[in-house]
Ligand binder design. Structure first.
Ligand SMILES: Nc1ncnc2c1ncn2[C@@H]1O[C@H](COP(=O)(O)OP(=O)(O)OP(=O)(O)O)[C@@H](O)[C@H]1O
Length: 209
């Protein structure tokens, strides 16, 4: 089992606790996190990445219980094991496409996969030396996927990765996330409201506030 959670709950200041369904994922599995706006989906992603510490329960990723790691160990562990795709790409505008990717092995001290090949696989092989300011929204989101995959993490977390994309780019992005995470043997967890994503991944949990 690559990712296992049990009895997770979390309470934001002044809010009643949110209880989360358990998650069990193996390498190559995909899971959607569904639920109404404000139900706690992003909170759950943050618990899975260790950015938040749970009120109860635990997250076990690749044999390690996140709650047993210090903040420093968690930062290191996250850098090596988890790739995160945000709703907006958040690329560093002073750097070109490939330089944005190269930051990941630099900071995590992990070996990068072949970044040129990764960009080719994502259909943006010709953009390696382009300024990220010149990219279309769909291209920028594909760069952010490449960044999440750069050091072949065990777990890919994506928060509404298709919400700002048109149909064609949304289809491409979801297919790429699936095929690339399968290729590197990672588990894929996506928060989404998007029917276009639901068409591709049937395994889901629902978060209820
Ligand atoms: N830093 C915070 N402090 C206090 N309350 C918070 C904080 N972050 C989130 N919340 C509250 O916790 C609840 C869950 O928020 P969360 O962002 O996880 O929901 P979500 O399901 O991802 O929502 P959406 O689909 O709208 O993005 C909401 O009621 C939200 O207002």
């Amino acid at each position: 089992m690559l990712l296992q959670t049990s009895s997770l709950s979390f309470s934001h200041p002044g809010q009643s606790p949110i209880q989360f369904p358990d998650i069990h994922l193996n390498s190559g599995d995909s899971l959607l996190i569904l639920g109404k706006s404000g139900s706690g989906k992003t909170t759950l992603l943050n618990l899975l990445s260790g950015l938040l510490r749970p009120l109860t329960g635990e997250v076990i990723l690749d044999g390690k219980s996140l709650s047993k790691l210090s903040s420093h160990e968690l930062d290191e562990f996250r850098g090596k094991k988890i790739g995160i795709v945000f709703q907006k790409p958040h690329l560093i505008s002073a750097l070109n496409v490939k330089e944005n990717l190269q930051l990941v092995p630099y900071f995590s001290k992990e070996k990068a996969q072949n970044l040129d090949q990764l960009l080719i696989d994502l259909g943006i092989g010709g953009k390696a030396k382009s300024s990220v300011l010149t990219l279309s929204e769909g291209e920028a989101q594909r760069v952010s996927i490449a960044r999440a995959l750069a050091v072949s993490p065990k777990l890919i977390l994506a928060d509404e990765p298709t919400s700002s994309l048109d149909d064609e780019h949304a289809e491409k992005v979801i297919q790429l996330l699936k095929s690339q995470s399968e290729k590197i043997g990672a588990a894929l967890v996506i928060v989404t409201h998007d029917q276009r994503v639901k068409n591709h991944i049937s395994n889901f949990i629902e978060v209820k506030a």
